[in-house]
Design a protein around this ligand. Structure first.
Ligand code: ARG
Length: 458
């Protein structure tokens, strides 16, 4: 069954039909398609474009279709061209001629746009809730490990001491930005395109604000060409999803490293690890690796959407039917990743002794040693150089700054005295970093509380 019969003398070939059809991926929007049609029919009735009884008949028929799809008695026909065609065809089958009045002053072009927006508006909120769930776990762990000293890295070289809670809260910040991006994207998406019709609006005296209100949109689109040809909301959502995946992927990479015997900062729960078919000793962080890998998929979907849109003249072009597989795949992937990632993080076992051991090596208190000199009157650049010489001397002697004898310190700079030893202890190096945004445990506790409170209200 095609909606566009009259002009054509031949049937579509089977291969063309299959090639042209989008039902295999747009059938998931059946509910939104029906909601949109109910609102449209109601508006047509209220505006006197069709009779109230006709509108009621259509609405009743559509509600019946929805109920039957949901209770499993009506199967969506995968031979139909798309979900819009299927529902309209089914409606006419059920209620006869009144079903044929539904498409008055409407095109599939504005219909598909409203369907996608209705569908994605709900999903943006679902993704947001999943992100918030992860933020809560992070805040909880950050509070728990606010005193756990670990090395902070740059270039993957031990750099300066931080706390594990501080490290986790960095991801909390990224994810809070993701939530605000999702909220932003939702605001821009909240514009109702119905009434744009094919591209040029309509001569019928419709009232678009009625439809917008019935469908819960904030406002209506301002330009009919833009209303049907805009897919910014797909691109923007996919971009936000891509950024979420960047964050999950970086986090995954660290989890993978931390699980290795080289680090052993954490151990994942058995329920979130897998073994090897040949190496009996293996416990692999597959979930984290898959999340890292799946980020590529989401970036690909984002690029697909950009590429689909970049060369299409206004207004609708069939290229745009390709939007759905890309945005749905990105959406499904991100939801799946978050659903696996959050409990994996929640159940990990942290091994503070190993973090501390790593923090004790690698001269991560060298900056603090230079800072001690500076606080005792030596210009920072000279203090930096002197400390560099001390580190070189430690490497020669196979020792660390804490154990290097005072006469070695004095050889490099006679300002040094025994007070330096306590100033470069790991505890003080960490806990004196009380600058706002820093890793001292008091700061981390306060930040963990702040993040948890924000998340609670999201
Ligand atoms: N299945 C189409 C899509 O997803 C619906 C719009 C069809 N419009 C048209 N003029 N062929 O984009």
């Amino acid at each position: 069954m095609q909606l566009w019969k009259g002009r054509f003398k031949k049937e579509l070939s089977k291969t063309t039909n299959d090639f042209n059809s989008s039902i295999s991926f747009d059938s998931r929007m059946y509910k939104e398609d029906i909601e949109g049609s109910i609102a449209h029919a109601t508006m047509l009735g209220r505006c006197g474009i069709i009779k109230e009884e006709e509108a009621n008949d259509i609405v009743k028929g559509l509600k019946g279709i929805l109920a039957d799809i949901e209770n499993g008695t009506l199967h969506i026909d995968m031979e139909a061209e798309d979900i819009h065609t299927f529902i309209e065809g089914e409606l006419t089958k059920r209620i006869g001629d009144n079903g044929k009045r539904l498409h008055t002053s409407r095109s599939r072009n504005d219909q598909v746009a409203v369907d996608i927006k209705l569908y994605l508006k709900k999903e943006v909120v679902n993704v947001k809730n999943l992100v918030v769930g992860l933020i809560k776990v992070i805040a909880d762990k950050a509070e728990k490990y606010s005193e756990t000293v670990m090395p902070g890295y740059t270039h993957l070289q031990r750099a300066q001491p931080i706390t594990f809670g501080h490290h986790l809260l960095a991801y909390g910040e990224m994810l809070l930005r993701d939530v605000s991006r999702l909220e932003d994207c939702l605001k821009r998406m909240d514009e109702m395109p119905l009434g744009s019709c094919a591209l040029a609006g309509t001569t019928y005296p419709i009232d678009r604000t009625i439809t917008a209100e019935l469908l819960g949109f904030d406002r209506i689109t301002n330009n009919s060409l833009d209303g049907v040809s805009d897919r910014d909301y797909c691109i923007e959502f996919a971009s936000v999803l891509s950024i979420i995946m960047v964050h999950l992927s970086r986090f995954s990479e660290e989890i993978i490293m931390w699980c290795s015997w080289e680090f052993k900062f954490i151990e994942l729960d058995d329920a979130f690890s897998t073994g090897s078919s040949i190496m009996p000793q293996k416990k692999n962080p597959d979930i984290a690796e898959l999340v890292r890998g799946k980020s590529g998929r989401v970036f690909g979907d984002n690029m697909t959407l950009l590429t689909i849109m970049k060369g299409t003249a206004l207004a609708y072009n069939k290229d745009m039917q390709e939007d759905k597989e890309a945005i749905f795949d990105a959406l499904d992937t991100v939801k799946m990743c978050l659903t696996a990632f959050t409990p994996m993080l929640d159940t990990m076992r942290v091994i503070p002794e190993n973090m501390r051991k790593a923090a004790a090596g690698g001269f991560i208190n060298a900056t603090d040693c230079a800072d001690w000199l500076t606080k005792n009157g030596v210009p920072f650049r000279d203090a930096y150089k002197a400390t560099g010489e001390l580190v070189a001397r430690c490497i020669e002697l196979g020792t660390d700054l804490e154990s290097l004898p005072m006469d070695e310190y004095k050889k490099v700079c006679d300002v040094f005295n025994d007070d330096v030893y306590s100033a470069i202890s790991l505890e003080r190096c960490t806990n004196e970093r009380t600058v706002f945004g820093g890793p001292a445990s008091a700061n981390v506790k306060a930040q963990a509380k702040r993040v948890a409170e924000i998340a609670e209200k999201l």
